[in-house]
Design a protein around this ligand. Sequence first.
Ligand code: NAD
Length: 355
Amino acid sequence: MSDGFAYRLRAVHVVFGTGSLARLAEVVTDAGLGRVLLVTTPGRRDTAAVATRALGDVVAGVLDGAAPHVPASLVADALREVERLQPDGTVAIGGGSAIGLGKALALRAGLPLVAVPTTYSGSEMTDVWGITAGDQKETGRDARVAPRSVVYDAGLTVSMPAALSAASGMNALAHCVEALYAPDRHPVSALLAREGIRILAASLPDVVRSPFDGGARERALFGAHLAGRALDLTSMGLHHKLCHVLGGTFGLPHAMTHAVLLPYVTACNASAAGRAMAEIATALGGETAWTGLHALRQALGITTTLRDLGLDAKDLDRAADLAVAGAYANPRPVTRDEVRDVLQAAYSGAPPRPE
Ligand code: NAD
């Protein structure tokens, strides 16, 4: 190691283990919260009901309408409920959409957040928030939105269908990939990212083959935890920017968009990120980073293209325009036309190739 490094770690109480949902009441009390608002997506109502029973009297109310990319109108509705119910904090149960609404309430109403993730999005470990008004998604970083406590119970992930599990796992892998070529990477973030890739690549095929395999589910969730931490410690690049544009403006499903794009953006950045590419290839056990990611994606049965996800060919131009608007970290400076080429390849399903 030749260079020194510095980084900050935010304090967060992490409880990890199958069955940990049973400890939620203790975790909420530990976080110093009295009455809490529970937020979830319509699809996770059953899990939220189990949590409500476990928490008992401390539940001030339940909001079960969370939606992808945190629509501003939902935040406004939720803030009215906060005004009415006066909770001390929020418990978000679900994937990135539920946690995203919890973060919006932390940002706008100052409510501390406890997260119980049920996907591999990694959002529970970060201070990154996003709110979508109209067709534009605004994102930012703010220490107030980072969950104070996180309860990881792999039992809650068993119900994720194989396709969502695979796509969500690729979302976690994308955090690790971009963390490795981030300008602010350091030995600790790199360690987390390499190990996250290794664990996710080894466990996701088992999860897809046997969704009820509790051991595989625990390993994948642990990989997602490491990925979330790596994401939190570094700045994301072109890949995350494109996913926000395609999700926020064109309504594409978040995790699946990550899964489709990742091998293409990795190949696009290859010439400017030699060390990261070698690390990714080694962690994946692939010949190159992008062929390894492409092979994993195929092994997981994710063979869709941006076209299959519902993007219209006429939107490729606007997506490229939006992706180069605004500054973000990327190892390789890319032109609008190069981004358009990446999108075109992912749209048609051509094999990923370095620029
Ligand atoms: P999601 O939360 O939208 O969930 C997708 C669907 O799966 C929903 O219908 C949900 O109810 C269902 N679901 C969730 N868990 C399930 C389970 N265990 N079993 C069965 N169904 C389940 O999807 P996501 O990919 O987790 O999150 C996407 C959102 O998260 C996007 O808005 C994205 O921008 C955000 N995100 C934010 C960060 C961050 O750091 N801020 C990181 C990653 C993703």
